[in-house]
Design a protein around this ligand. Structure first.
Ligand code: SAH
Length: 395
């Protein structure tokens, strides 16, 4: 099969010369050989010079670059990329660590594999495709993965039902095991245990990206009354309990999340009466909760998934944080986050700043948080910095 060729308009190769891994539809002059969605295509400048090879897709991002070298995208390619990703995690001390069997092995563009996420939970890897190309390559990827991760993993679960682009006409996108089939689904993070729901859970089943921020919270928890708002499986709550919190309340609007949180309490702190969980809407709870908390975590879902929703999202962050500033006890600590990729660090800080000003409280920034190192940011793709957090002291 001949590889289809994509020709850029004159001058549109500039971002590729700076190794940005996306090619937008507006940069493309013509496409030869009518590629199928997900097919590997070669990209040429208007002067007919090779510049990149990547996955083709219909949409505003038309090519996701796999390599800036003219190389074959074969099993060897996948093995090499996965080995590079594994070596990075090795240097972070995350591989083969009994205290921490949960980490992200592949973080899309951050690992030069746009559209691909792989999370490790003990002996199971969960693969998530965000592009048609990665979906088409799933068998090759999982074969390479089982080879590269020999001795570490035995099972591969594929979970892309909700993350694949709707425009792609893709067969067999259903979730399921590609290799093996384990029922063991307890993840260990910094010595704490979490049930991971691969089948129906959000993301790949767990929010791996808050590991270091949860650890920081543990240090602030002693003697405090903690509210973990948007708790999902309860992550922050257990660090608060281990850190010596006086009481911990976990809140999420999803009843399923609350039941997972309760299961995780039973796993880590059986019959510990300091913890209670409530299935309620955040704004309603914050309105009615009174002033009993002196450590509050706000880790909402992405308020903006697209650029056009940005203004409303910023208003949402301000409204949410304003409630926390209004209610938190004097001397309280607020951990506040945004995981929207389209919200910049500065936008988020402005939204929280506006909320603080509305409350009239005196507020200082103690820490500026981001995603952990197993969610690396490709320096040529700054859009990859999606998680932003502030730890604030409220007088
Ligand atoms: N802090 C979590 C991740 C939060 S994900 C962790 O560390 O794992 C965001 C959560 O917000 C989801 O579980 C979702 O069910 C919940 N959520 C969404 N809208 C909500 C609302 N209006 N009120 C309360 N929870 C909400």
């Amino acid at each position: 099969m001949t590889t289809s060729k994509v020709y850029l308009k004159a001058g549109k190769e500039e971002s590729l010369k700076r190794f940005h891994p996306w090619i937008f539809s507006g940069a493309i002059a013509r496409i030869e050989n009518k590629p199928q969605e997900g097919e590997v295509v070669k990209v040429y400048t208007s002067k007919n010079e090779f510049i990149a090879i990547g996955h083709y897709q219909i949409g505003s991002i038309m090519v996701r670059v796999l390599s800036f070298k003219e190389e074959n995208i074969d099993e060897k390619f996948w093995e090499t990329r996965l080995e590079e990703a594994l070596n990075l995690r090795r240097s972070l001390g995350l591989v083969d660590n009994p205290e921490n069997n949960t980490y992200r092995l592949v973080h899309g563009e951050g690992d030069n594999l746009p559209g691909l996420i792989i999370d490790i939970y003990g002996e199971t890897a969960v693969i998530q495709s965000h592009s048609a190309g990665m979906h088409m390559e799933r068998t090759k990827i999982s074969n390479a993965l089982i080879k590269v991760m020999k001795g570490y993993i035995s099972h591969i679960y594929y979970k892309s039902e909700t993350t694949l682009p709707f425009k792609a006409d893709l067969l067999s996108t259903e979730n399921g095991f590609l290799i093996g089939g384990s029922t063991e689904n307890v993840a260990i993070e910094n010595g704490l245990k979490f049930q991971v729901d691969w089948l129906k859970g959000q993301k790949t089943g767990f929010f791996v990206d808050q590991r270091e921020n949860r650890q920081l919270l543990e240090k602030y928890a002693k003697g405090r009354s903690v509210l973990n708002m948007f708790c999902y499986t309860g992550g922050f709550s257990f660090y608060a309990m281990r850190g010596g919190a006086h009481l911990v309340h976990s809140v999420d609007s999803s009843a399923k999340a609350i039941s997972l949180t309760n299961e995780n309490v039973a796993l880590n702190f059986p019959s510990d009466e300091r913890h209670q969980a409530f299935a309620e809407d955040a704004f309603k709870y914050l309105e009615e909760m009174g002033d009993k908390y002196d450590l509050i975590v706000l880790d909402p879902p992405a308020f903006a998934k697209h650029r056009d929703a940005l203004r409303n999202a910023l208003r949402g962050y301000t409204k949410l944080n304003a409630k926390a500033f209004e209610k938190i006890k004097p001397g309280g600590i607020l951990f506040t986050f945004s995981c929207s990729q389209v919200v910049s660090k500065q936008d988020f800080r402005t939204a929280v700043f506006t909320a603080a000003a509305q409350s009239g409280r005196s507020v200082s920034i103690l820490h500026q948080l981001t995603q952990p190192a197993d969610h690396p940011i490709n320096i040529y793709h700054p859009e990859g910095e999606y998680l932003k957090g502030l730890v604030l002291y409220v007088k």
